[in-house]
Ligand binder design. Structure first.
Ligand code: NDP
Ligand code: HSE
Length: 433
């Protein structure tokens, strides 16, 4: 079984290392030796002297490597949309099996890859694209195929989880926690994809596609990052016995006519400290899956890093190599349900709103009136002194579930009340409170 490796960076180098260290076991598991036919990189001269591989295998001609007749499996750990998309479509159409960790490409144009795989008859596996080492996609696409998944709630970005965990632990602000994440190597020099939620949104699209048998792309995912989360928000969450996490949430629901729909969103949210996801600290990932018959399932582990991600890549390599030797292919994409994706305004959420208000008769009634006008039901209200020593009060309101658009309109109107000095914090709430 011969493999073309596209990319030899953080993940690719670990794939090479593991292939070398475990070659005997991998051969036994597959039923044939696994050899590297070539390694495509951008810069041949980049220092790779410590890798246990023949330097003659490196090439800058990725397409030429993919097209070679002696290549059975193409492993793509380059990243980005192009040229990765063209390479993988070419490989799949030619009947090769593909293993990729490229979440951005899968979320942007996964359909093109699945179509090419169907055309060529090879396998398309991408376990490493979501939550690194955690076996999650295979359970969704195989083990849970007899069940009906109703909701997936996950922490799927390690960088933002590190930042939010640090803010919770130390009371630091976002900028300070990001600086620490950068110094420790968790955040990249340009952290935009992580802190603005693009990375998590791509993963949410992949998870929702598998969970709900529907093609979901990055553009279908409502996305908010964590750059607006303040130390005051975190303190407010703590005071309520909660913490703040960047969650990806994909859920079944229904539209006004009762037709089944799904919603897919990524945003920071308050969750109670008793929720299973609250204890996921540092740069770890965890995904909580709810299914009708199976009930609640939790997947936890390292979501990034060279070796953990290479573990998932190699698991896929063994699977596709065994399929090829057996002359079979895995079940193809399951997108038969084609459920419509609801706009964020129709998603059912809860809000935690902290207001600085004047402390005088009628204030509570005026504030409650705004919620009532938007048909938003209040679950709890707490009032305390504002701390400013000016006789004002802090009102903390948690709502019941309501359409997100109604909650957003409520907050907009609260901003305009003269008895509301400021809207100190607005956060969505998940997982009971
Ligand atoms: P790196 O940037 O470390 O490595 C990218 C590799 O691709 C390098 O070897 C680079 O070559 C090569 N490359 C880039 N452009 C080209 C090109 N045009 N032609 C040929 N080779 C090219 O990326 P990572 O290893 O971190 O990530 C790879 C993939 O894995 C991405 O899709 C990423 O999203 C995904 N992933 C990464 C995780 C991680 O923890 N790093 C976790 C989960 C998924 P050269 O070495 O010459 O620069
Ligand atoms: N930047 C990602 C993270 C890497 O922080 O989780 C894994 O996809």
């Amino acid at each position: 079984m011969r493999l073309a490796l596209l990319g030899c960076g953080t993940v690719g180098a670990e794939v090479v290392r593991l292939l070398h260290e475990q070659s005997a076991d991998l051969a036994a598991r597959i039923g044939a030796p696994l050899e590297i036919a070539g390694i495509a990189v951008r810069r041949i001269g980049r220092h790779r002297g410590d890798l246990p591989v023949d330097p003659a295998l490196f090439t800058t001609d990725a397409l030429g490597l993919i097209k070679r007749d002696d290549v059975d499996v193409v492993v793509e750990v380059v990243g980005g949309l192009e040229p990765a998309r063209s390479w993988l479509v070419e490989a799949l159409r030619a009947g090769k099996s593909v293993v990729t960790a490229n979440k951005a490409l899968l979320a942007e144009d996964g359909g093109a890859l699945h179509d090419a795989a169907a055309e060529g008859g090879g396998d398309l596996y991408y376990e490493a694209s979501v939550a690194g080492a955690i076996p999650l996609l295979r359970p969704l696409r195989e083990s849970l195929h007899g069940d009906r998944v109703t909701r997936v709630t996950g922490i799927v970005n390690g960088t933002t989880n590190f930042i939010l965990s640090a803010m919770h632990a130390t009371g630091a602000g976002f900028a300070e926690a990001l600086e620490e994440a950068t110094e420790l190597g968790y955040a990249e020099a340009d952290p935009t994809a992580d802190v603005e939620g693009f990375d998590a949104a791509a993963k949410a699209a992949i998870l929702a596609s598998l969970a709900f048998h529907t093609r979901v792309g990055a553009a279908d995912v409502h996305r908010e990052g964590i750059t607006e989360v303040t130390a005051a928000d975190v303190a407010s969450a703590k005071a309520m016995g909660c913490t703040i996490k960047l969650l990806c949430i994909a859920a079944r629901g229904a539209d006004a006519a009762g037709r089944e729909t799904i919603s897919v969103r990524v945003h920071p949210a308050m969750i109670p400290l008793t929720h299973p996801l609250a204890s996921v600290g540092d740069a770890f990932n965890a995904v909580f899956v709810e299914a009708e018959a199976a009930g609640e399932l939790m997947f936890y582990g390292r979501g990034a890093g060279g070796a953990p991600t290479a573990s998932a890549v190699l698991g896929d390599v063994v699977a596709v190599a065994r399929n090829r030797l057996a002359g079979v292919r895995a079940a193809s994409e399951s997108a038969y349900a084609a459920l419509p994706v609801r706009p964020m305004g129709e998603a059912l959420t809860r809000y935690h709103i902290s207001l600085d208000v004047a402390d005088r008769p009628g204030v509570l009634e005026a504030v409650a009136g705004v919620f009532a006008r938007h048909d938003v039901s209040i679950a709890t209200v707490r009032q305390g002194p504002s701390g400013g020593g000016n006789g004002d009060a802090v009102l903390v309101i948690v709502t019941h579930v309501a359409p997100d658009a109604a909650l957003a309109a409520t907050v907009r109107e609260l901003h305009g009340l003269d008895i509301v000095r400021s809207v100190a914090s607005v956060l969505r709430v998940e997982g009971g409170l």
